[in-house]
Design a protein around this ligand. Structure first.
Ligand code: UT7
Length: 322
């Protein structure tokens, strides 16, 4: 037996994002549950979120975002040999989302699997894609985070329905062919705290999302900045030198607290949550693709991703903007 040759590194070739058309404001929610625009903005930082249509599926949103990333990469569907969809809100357990998405994008017979690390899912999937390319088991990977959180919310529960939104974000990952080029996806720093598994739950097939908000808040604002710092150390970049920090858009107060501890200037910190809500595994690639679309960041610049959420799972890596 011989090992296949992979490549020294993997990089991101393009990003793509998708949000449903229907915008739901805080005032819209205040008309159905006892809350207010002021309460939601001050506690969570959300002004509005997008909610998928009743017939719009996780796969529909994944196809939209994945198609954009594929188009941006300049590759053809035939070039993709692995598709990973990070999601915790699929409509069905079987079949998985990724094989359907690949088929609808015209990608012929790729490896295809779904990955559930909840809001950390995109960073986990990106690490797996990078490792697959480096090991030689795939050459080009389509990585997607897609969520229909709205389907798992109790719309009468004011403590959860105000937080989340729907959407999808995607990246195409390929090899670094020039050995002089640095890897475009840095080493992943990942882990989990299964002893706190009950803090964010969909307990069974008929349940909605529930969480112990304060425990999650405390965990996120005390345990995660060392993870982010370790990812920076492993990539050889100081947090202060990053062009941008894109943590999972869980809650603006959590985002700002972690950024302060890392000493990343506020203007370099993503705050996509304001108009997207918390879209779980979609939040990081969605925020990244919008930053690129708005020319807020340049090719070759370094960005720190930090995903975290139910599990409790977390993962961080530094990437180079395509
Ligand atoms: O991807 C992971 C996502 N999870 C998170 O990011 C959760 C992190 N946790 C949080 O962001 C916060 O814990 C929440 C925003 C969820 C809640 O904020 P809090 O400051 O921890 O509020 P609380 O749960 O302690 O509730 C304070 C009060 C309660 O009223 P009483 O008992 O003091 O009268 C709640 O009933 O606020 C009330 N409340 C609301 N009031 C107006 C809860 N939800 C609402 C609401 N509008 N939407």
């Amino acid at each position: 037996m011989r090992l296949e040759h992979g490549t020294a590194g993997a990089r991101i070739l393009a990003f793509g994002g998708y949000q449903p058309a229907n915008e739901v404001t805080n005032d819209d929610l205040a008309a159905t549950v006892q809350t207010s625009d002021e309460w939601i903005r001050s506690r969570i930082g959300v002004a509005s979120r997008r909610i998928a249509g009743p017939d719009e599926t996780v796969a529909d949103m994944a196809v939209a975002a994945g198609g954009k990333a594929l188009a941006g990469s300049g590759l053809s569907p035939d070039d993709i040999d692995l598709v990973i969809v990070a999601t915790c809100t699929p409509e069905s357990q079987i079949p998985n989302v990724s094989a359907t998405v690949a088929h609808r994008l015209g990608i012929t017979a790729p490896g295809a699997y779904d990955l559930n690390a909840a809001c950390a899912g995109f960073c986990y999937a990106l690490a797996n894609a990078s490792d697959s390319v480096r090991a030689g088991s795939a050459r080009h990977v389509l990585v997607i985070g897609a969520e229909k959180m709205s389907a798992w919310l109790d719309w009468t529960d004011r403590s959860t329905c105000i937080i989340f939104g729907d959407g999808a974000g995607a990246a195409v990952v390929g090899p670094v062919t020039d050995p002089e080029q640095p890897p475009g996806i840095g080493p992943v720093e990942w882990g989990s705290t299964g002893g706190m598994a009950d803090k964010i739950l969909v307990a069974n097939r008929t349940s909605f999302i529930s969480q112990q908000g304060q425990a999650v808040f405390r965990w996120a604002t005390t345990e995660l900045h060392p993870v982010a710092k370790a990812a920076c150390d492993r990539a050889g970049v100081a947090p202060q030198d990053l062009a941008a920090f894109i943590p999972h858009q869980a809650n603006l107060r959590i985002v700002e607290s972690i950024a302060r501890k890392l000493e990343v200037p506020r203007e370099r910190v993503a705050d996509d949550i304001v108009h997207a809500g918390n879209t779980s595994s979609a939040s990081i690639p969605l925020a990244m693709s919008r930053m690129i679309e708005r020319d807020e960041i340049g090719s070759g610049e370094q960005v720190l991703f930090l995903g975290f959420g139910a599990g409790l799972c977390y993962a961080a890596q530094v990437i180079t903007v395509p």
